[in-house]
Each structure stands twice: as structure tokens, then as C-alpha cells.
Ligand binder design. Structure first.
Ligand code: NAI
Ligand code: MG
Length: 506
């Protein structure tokens, strides 16, 4: 009894003290951060970038080039060669010859050494790559620095380790490479996707022709320099830049043995149709519309951080983004109040600033698409909630946004927006949550937030999605396979599962 009194006295005193010590916030509103820009001169840009074929940078025979810009300022960073049919052909032939004469003949442990060397060089040049990724793609420097580049490095390290252990990955088989792999990647994680594609292919003894996305070719071309510096045999890695047409040349080239594609479901379908009836192998990693499910027993503050990370990370340009929030009705009001507060604190602006949370939209085209879907959300009767943050005058920007009053039939609940836009829906029972989460043509990822371990196992097992996170979101590891169900594609990347797409088993 007496201690209780003491305690409460102490608490009252402490509270008085705090009150006196608390700094006044009454001097002109919110505290502002001072600008903290990362230096641009970590990276030396060329005026013009050539294709990387057979170990050398060569001018495109097509004689065509295209500009690549910084989406945060619309400044032209460089001009880049556009590979035509003859250029793609040269790259594929170089890859074929390098595979036959050199790469596939090397002892697997030797191949591993080269991949380790790429990993180490990339790690040494982390800052340069992070700055370049942010300049060319618009993502915040803290993401390129802390997520994209370290994960790309980790991917090379991880797969270097597999190079001489394929017999353990596929026991009772003779393991052979597939041959030349054509790899087509998107603009949301340009360097990371290059690593996801190149590292397992090389570890399994294949050679590659990689086509980066047309808006973000620069980090892949800088990776080509790393490949040179690592002294890889010429032709093992080739990089051809260009848009969809260049990609189509690669898909349709008769000497390509496998296509690995990450991008839109629309283009994935075109590629699958093009390869039907051929003996080329195919893996597709396509769109998503993930459900992020918040149960009433979840730690709500952490869940709100997970919601924010799920949809506003990388401006929502994430195939596995948690773009559909399913929140249990009993806590919906509390969660949405917390979410609104949190969204108001997100800092949008200069992607090179270390305090920026939300960077630029990758391209004008993508901004147009986001605007169109947001307009559809308003037209169809959902309520829009949007951060009132200031929008820079130049460049492509979209404020963090969420919609309430969303019906499952709304376009914003069904289509991949690929922007910082969240559709919020509610549910009452776990069964209803599962039903709603799976009621979508996509199946790439999902998230479940609850305090109960048994509920985690029960719900995650019912998700028709390739990756399911529990009490976290958007976590990646090279040892963990990633890929989809349904219209999100097929095949896995990462982990032992990811090797399967790059080997012939006899
Ligand atoms: P996209 O699918 O057209 O582009 C991805 C890659 O495919 C790029 O390298 C592109 O040059 C290449 N490509 C385009 N057409 C091709 C063809 N016919 N044959 C071979 N390669 C081809 O994606 P886009 O147009 O940049 O974005 C449109 C929408 O797609 C986005 O709004 C988003 O919803 C979705 N998307 C999804 C991604 C994901 O990771 N799930 C990545 C990029 C876009
Ligand atoms: Mg497209």
C-alpha cells in the first residue's frame, strides 16, 4: 500500500518535471529537417552509353539512341544506344560462344570465384551504385543505399556459393546448364533485378543477354563495368538496352534457350504466346495486388508501420506491394486514424536527400497510369485520403494516398496501380479475410498481422500467394524463393528453388 502511494507521488513529480522541461512547439508549426542530400559526384556519368557485347562496349548497329532522364527533375542524364535485331543477334551469338567454349567448361568452383568477385566489387562501389540508382529511377537514396544495393550484393554472394554445389541442390541428377538465357527486367528495382537474373544463371553455368528497362538502363550498364573489372570471360554477360521491341528480339531469337521475364502481366502474356510451341524455357514474374490483413489482435502500431512499408516503399512501384489493406472491422477506425497520422509525416521530395521517404514516380507514363486509376477510384465512389505534402514543380510525383469505402469490384481494388495508393477494405471473420484476400487474379504475396501464432499458420497456409509475410512486410533474402501463382506468373527466383529454372537435369 505504502509503496503504491510513493510510486504515484513519484509519477506525479516526474510528470510535473516533464511538463516544465518539454520544449514548446509554438514557434511556427512543425520542425523542419535541414536538407541532407547525398553527393552526386560519387558517380561519373558518361554522355553516351553503348551496348555491352562480348566483353566490350560497342555502338549499336541500329544507330539509334534514346535519352534517359532523372524522373525527379526531368534532366537528361545521358543518351543510351538502342539495340536492334542485329545487335541482339550479336549479343546472343557472343553469349552462345562464351558458354560453349569457356564458361560451361570452367570448373564450377572457378565460376564461383568470378561471381564472388562481382559481389565484392559491387559492394566496394555501393555508394556509387546507390546514387546512380536514385538518379535514374527516382527512388529515395535511403532505399537504394539500404535495400537495393545490399540485396543485389547479397544475391551475388549467395549464388557464388551455389556454383560448385549444384550436385547437392539436385541429388541423383547430372546437372547441365540450359545455355543462353535472355533476361528482361523492369524499372522498379533495376540493379536488384539484374542481380536476381544474372547471379543464378551464371552459377548454373549459363551465359546471359540482359535487357534492362528503357527508363532505367544506367545501373545495369555500370554493372557491365564491374563484370569487365571482375575479368569475366567476354560474352558471359551481355547487356543490350532498348524498349519493348529490343525485348521482343531477344524473346524471339532462335538461339536463346531460356527467357526470364519480370514485368507487367500484359507483356508476360505476350511472351508466353510467342514461346508457345517452341522448346524455350520460360519463367515469368508478373504483377500483384497483395492483401495485407490486419487482425484485431495485431500490434497495431507495428501493423501501421507494415502498412506504410507495404505500400509507400519505393513509391508503391513494387510487384509484391501490400496494395489492398484488409483490416478487421473492430479495429478499422483505430488503424485508419493511426495510418492517416503516419501518412502525414511521410517526407516526399528530393530522392537524393537522406531524409526522404517517398521519391519520384519513375516515369511520366507511370504517373499517367496512377492518376487514371485514382480518378477511377473517385468516380466509382471510394473516399480518397491524401497527404497534403508539397509537390516539387519539376519531375513526376504522386502524394501518398489511401482510399476507404472501397468495394471489391472497384478498379482500385482489382488492378495493379503500381503507385503509392492503397485500397482499404474491412472484414469481420478470418474466413471472410481469406476469401477476400484470394479473390483476385493475382497471387504474388500477402501479409498477415496477428498476435496469435496459430492464426499465423492457419491464415498463411490459406493464402494463394507465393510469398506470405507474418507481422512484417516486404522482407527479402536471396535464400528465400520468390514468385507467384495465377496471373502473377510461374517459376521461382532465389533459394534452391530459383536454381531450377537455370539447369537441365539428366
Ligand atoms: P512492361 O512489362 O512493359 O516492361 C517490363 C520490361 O519488359 C521492360 O524491360 C520492357 O522494355 C520489356 N518489354 C515491353 N514489351 C515487351 C515485349 N513485347 N517483349 C519483350 N519485352 C518487352 O511494363 P511497363 O509498361 O513499364 O509498366 C506497365 C505496368 O506494368 C505498370 O504500371 C505495372 O502495373 C506493371 N509492372 C509490373 C512490374 C512487376 O514487377 N510486377 C514491373 C514493371 C511494370
Ligand atoms: Mg509496357
Amino acid at each position: 500500500m505504502s509503496t503504491e502511494v510513493k510510486d504515484s507521488e513519484a509519477r506525479a513529480k516526474a510528470a510535473q518535471h516533464l511538463e516544465a522541461e518539454r520544449p514548446s512547439l509554438e514557434f511556427g508549426g512543425a520542425w523542419d529537417y535541414a536538407p541532407a542530400p547525398e553527393a552526386r559526384d560519387h558517380v561519373r556519368l558518361e554522355k553516351a552509353y553503348r551496348l555491352f557485347i562480348d566483353g566490350r562496349f560497342v555502338a549499336a548497329k541500329s544507330r539509334r539512341t534514346f535519352p534517359t532522364i532523372n524522373p525527379a527533375t526531368e534532366e537528361i542524364l545521358a543518351r543510351v544506344d538502342e539495340a536492334g535485331a542485329a545487335d541482339v543477334d550479336a549479343a546472343v551469338r557472343a553469349a552462345e560462344e562464351a558458354g560453349r567454349k569457356r564458361w560451361s567448361r570452367l570448373a564450377p568452383a572457378e565460376r564461383g570465384k568470378y561471381i564472388y568477385r562481382i559481389a565484392r566489387l559491387l559492394q566496394e562501389k555501393s555508394r556509387e551504385f546507390a546514387v546512380l540508382e536514385t538518379l535514374n529511377g527516382g527512388k529515395p537514396i535511403k532505399e537504394s543505399r539500404d535495400v537495393d544495393v545490399p540485396l543485389a550484393v547479397a544475391h551475388f554472394f549467395y549464388h557464388a556459393g551455389w556454383a560448385d554445389k549444384l550436385a547437392y541442390a539436385f541429388p541423383r541428377h547430372r546437372v547441365a546448364p540450359v545455355g543462353v538465357c535472355g533476361q528482361i527486367i523492369p524499372w522498379n528495382f533495376p540493379l536488384l533485378m539484374a542481380a536476381w537474373k544474372i547471379a543464378p544463371a551464371l552459377a548454373c553455368g549459363n551465359t546471359v543477354v540482359l535487357k534492362p528497362a528503357e527508363t532505367t538502363p544506367l545501373t545495369a550498364l555500370h554493372l557491365a563495368r564491374v563484370v569487365q573489372e571482375a575479368d569475366l570471360p567476354p560474352g558471359v554477360v551481355n547487356i543490350v538496352t532498348g524498349a519493348g521491341e529490343t525485348g521482343a528480339h531477344l524473346v524471339n531469337h532462335p538461339r536463346v534457350r531460356k527467357i526470364a521475364f519480370t514485368g507487367s502481366t500484359e507483356v508476360g502474356k505476350i511472351i508466353q504466346r510467342a514461346l508457345a510451341g517452341t522448346d524455350k524455357r520460360l519463367t515469368l514474374e508478373l504483377g500483384g495486388k497483395a492483401a495485407n490483413i490486419i487482425f484485431e489482435d495485431a500490434p497495431l502500431d507495428q501493423a501501421v508501420e507494415g502498412i506504410v512499408n507495404g505500400i509507400y516503399f519505393n513509391q508503391g512501384h513494387v510487384c509484391c506491394a501490400g496494395s489492398r489493406l484488409l483490416v478487421q472491422e473492430s479495429v478499422a477506425e483505430a488503424v485508419l486514424a493511426k495510418l492517416a497520422n503516419r501518412v502525414a509525416t511521410l517526407r516526399l521530395g528530393d530522392p537524393l536527400d537522406k531524409n526522404t521517404d517517398v521519391g519520384a514516380i519513375n516515369s511520366k507514363m507511370q504517373l499517367t497510369k496512377i492518376r487514371e486509376l485514382v480518378a477511377a477510384g473517385i468516380d466509382e465512389g471510394a473516399q480518397i485520403h491524401q497527404s497534403s505534402c508539397a509537390i516539387p514543380e519539376k519531375g513526376f510525383w504522386f502524394p501518398p494516398t489511401f482510399f476507404t469505402g472501397v468495394a471489391q469490384s472497384h478498379r482500385i481494388a482489382r488492378e495493379e496501380i503500381f503507385g503509392p495508393v492503397l485500397a482499404v477494405m474491412t472484414f469481420r471473420t478470418p474466413e471472410e479475410a481469406v476469401e477476400k484476400a484470394n479473390n483476385i487474379p493475382y497471387g504474388l504475396s500477402a501479409g498477415v498481422w496477428t498476435d496469435k501464432g496459430s492464426k499465423i499458420f492457419k491464415i498463411t497456409a490459406k493464402m494463394r500467394a507465393g510469398v506470405v509475410w507474418a507481422n512484417t512486410f516486404n522482407k527479402f533474402d536471396p535464400a528465400s524463393p520468390f514468385g507467384g501463382y495465377k496471373e502473377s506468373g510461374f517459376g521461382r527466383e532465389g533459394g534452391v528453388h530459383g536454381l531450377r529454372g537455370y539447369v537441365e537435369l539428366e
